[in-house]
Design a protein. Structure first.
Length: 134
């Protein structure tokens, strides 16, 4: 009986996890596809960065920041202007992509809304064109 109750309690969590699995796979696949690539690919598959910063202490490393709160063009790529609404950006999925000598060397994402309630869809929407070639 106790096992049955534990399974019943776990079903909603398992169902939610199943909904996010394709989006999580998109995130991982995009990261694997982008690491080592020329940074020019970012404009093609993600769009315009919200911000580009030099990494302190380096002369050849930059950090490209993208936010799911950015506006999009007709093809779905992110636009740097206008700046995102601060309230939307506070719960956005943000990517920091580290570029050294013109090559992508690291990708970090921060889902500011947390990982529940379908918010992972916003993360995968930013990088999905890097996976499927749109």
């Amino acid at each position: 009986m106790r096992t049955e109750h534990a399974l019943l309690a776990a079903l909603p969590a398992l169902a939610l996890a199943g909904c996010g699995a394709p989006h999580l796979k998109t995130l991982h696949t995009a990261e694997q596809a982008l690491i080592g690539e020329d940074a020019d690919i970012l404009a093609h598959c993600i769009g315009e960065p919200l911000e580009i910063r030099e990494v302190p202490g380096t002369s050849s490393t930059r950090l490209y920041r993208y936010s799911s709160a950015q506006s999009r063009n007709a093809e779905g790529r992110l636009l740097s202007d206008p700046a995102p609404d601060p309230d939307r950006d506070a719960t956005a999925c943000v990517f920091d992509i580290r570029v050294r000598d013109g090559r992508i060397v690291a990708i970090a994402s921060d889902n500011r809304a947390g990982w529940g309630f379908g918010s992972i869809k916003r993360c995968s929407a930013v990088v999905e064109r890097c996976v499927d070639g749109r």
